[in-house]
Design a binder for this molecule. Structure first.
Ligand code: ASP
Length: 406
């Protein structure tokens, strides 16, 4: 209920921002001096969350894989499914970004003082994933290094006796919870943040800016639908011989909740009950795959990052080479593991995707104004993706309960 209200407030912030931006069109200086600092404050709060949020939620996610021996096979299948579908999602996002070209109608020069960072080469990025000094990786906010280090820590926990790893896991569980709360608090400022971010943009570029943004929204929504229809339908049909209609009908309660709350973690109880009751996923698999999925599997988020990265490159007139595209796929796929299942987390992670290929972070300002609308769709896909994995893994383990099938 509260979350829906927040969405409404964000919409109001957005609309008011557009109106005020249009009114200030002759005087963009006023917007820049008096309004845009609040937007900067909001973006700084978002950036403040990234490192502790990703680090803690990833350690918890990796550690929750559980006993590596007994869960080895199911865990392995789950991870492969998560990674493959996520990579598909980024690629669909990138293709839509290329085809629909949402940034075409808008051109913003890269701020000379904030010259885009140098684009790293693919091989450097790959070599750099393992941090020689993990603390430096944390301090620098190097996301791939943070992910790698957190995965090592989380996986190592699963090999240790409970009494040895428990205090460590509990600490990070608690840190992750605290960071979810911090994210929620920061997001409660989103209506003001969105207002303050969109006013300077509209006052500078006029109503023209809205067309590319609506194209971003359209691209993400089309991408989400395509991904669900193509990837999940074929997965449940192929591996579980389940009709896609039955699958989507069964998971609908969770999908609708995800759409309105923008939180996979918040939706988790409903995802679990829908998967068990409507799709025949057994308890053992539901209770492993779905919480893990809500923490680390974010297809919708990865897809959105693909679209947004291209959009920002287009707006700032930056050509992306093939190795940059590969880095985006890699960062968005791995980054989605570290995305918390809470509202707005994907926007935070987008900064990392942009950083990884040296795209200007100010591009975030454009997206931030409409992020909530995008969050609703991507969270929906995130949750449906988790459920599709639970169905596929159950079927390949021959554990899918069949009595309720068509
Ligand atoms: N809100 C999304 C989720 O909970 C994460 C994101 O912001 O992309 O799944």
């Amino acid at each position: 209920m509260k979350k829906i209200q927040l969405t409404t407030k964000i919409f109001i912030g957005l609309i008011l921002g557009i109106i005020v931006g249009l009114l200030l069109q002759g005087n963009p200086q006023i917007a820049k001096t008096y309004i845009s600092p609040f937007g900067t404050l909001f973006l700084n709060m978002i950036k403040m969350i990234i490192v502790p949020l990703v680090f803690s939620s990833l350690i918890v996610g990796a550690a929750s894989i559980g006993d590596p021996k007994s869960l080895g096979r199911i865990g392995g299948k789950t991870l492969v499914y998560f990674l493959v579908t996520t990579a598909f999602a980024v690629i669909i996002g990138l293709i839509l970004g290329f085809v629909l070209n949402p940034g075409a109608g808008l051109s913003i020069p890269v701020d000379a003082s904030q010259e885009a960072a140098e684009m790293p080469s693919l091989i450097d990025t790959l070599l750099n994933i393992i941090p020689a000094n993990p603390l430096k990786g944390l301090v620098d906010g190097n996301i791939l290094q943070i992910i790698a280090f957190a995965l090592f820590l989380g996986v190592a926990c699963t090999f240790l006796p409970k009494e040895k790893s428990e205090p460590f896991e509990k600490f990070f569980e608690s840190l992750a919870e605290v960071m979810y709360k911090v994210t929620a608090i920061v997001m409660s400022f989103a209506p003001i943040g969105v207002f303050a971010l969109i006013v300077p943009v509209v006052s500078n570029y006029g109503i023209d800016v809205l067309k590319p943004l609506s194209l971003v929204i359209i691209s993400v929504y089309i991408g989400c639908i395509l991904h669900a229809v193509l990837v999940y339908s074929s997965a449940v049909k192929m591996f579980a011989n389940m009709s896609p209609v039955k699958f989507f009908k069964g998971i609908a309660p969770a999908a609708i909740t995800a759409f309105s709350t923008s939180s996979s973690s918040g939706t988790l109880p409903i995802t679990i009950s829908s998967a068990k009751e409507n799709l025949g996923v057994p308890d053992k698999i539901a209770s492993f795959v779905l919480p893990l999925g809500a923490t680390i599997n974010m297809d919708g988020t990865a897809l959105y990052q693909g679209v947004c990265a291209l959009f920002i490159a287009q707006v700032y007139g930056i050509e992306l080479g093939i190795s940059q595209i590969l880095i985006i796929i890699l960062t968005a796929t791995l980054g989605s593991i570290g995305t918390a299942g809470v509202p707005g987390a994907g926007l935070i992670m987008l900064t990392l995707v942009l950083q990884s290929v040296g795209l200007p972070l100010e591009g975030l300002v454009l997206i931030a104004g409409v992020d909530r609308i995008l969050d609703m769709a991507r969270t929906c896909v995130n949750v449906v993706g988790d459920a599709s994995c639970a169905v596929v893994v159950s079927a390949t383990e021959k554990e899918l309960v069949d009595e309720k099938s068509n």
